[in-house]
Design a protein around this ligand. Structure first.
Ligand SMILES: [Zn+2]
Length: 68
């Protein structure tokens, strides 16, 4: 049994699993993976926007919700 680690385009690192269980697509000549079908749908709808949005969110983590 082989285990591998890979990172989805949306920034999730998946370990001890097989990429065949995750949706994949071609992007800039490379095969990229998404964590869910919903993610894949969003990516296919607008790959550029999706990639940009997730790169941004990686650099700048979302603010915690304001508490009263
Ligand atoms: Zn995802």
């Amino acid at each position: 049994m082989t285990t591998q680690q890979f990172t989805t385009l949306c920034g999730r690192t998946l370990r001890n699993t097989d990429s065949q269980y995750f949706p994949s697509a071609q992007y800039h000549g490379r095969v990229i993976y998404l964590c869910t079908e919903a993610c894949l749908g969003a990516f296919l709808a607008d790959p550029k926007k999706f990639h940009k949005a997730h790169r941004k969110s990686k650099e700048k983590p979302p603010k915690p919700a304001a508490q009263k």
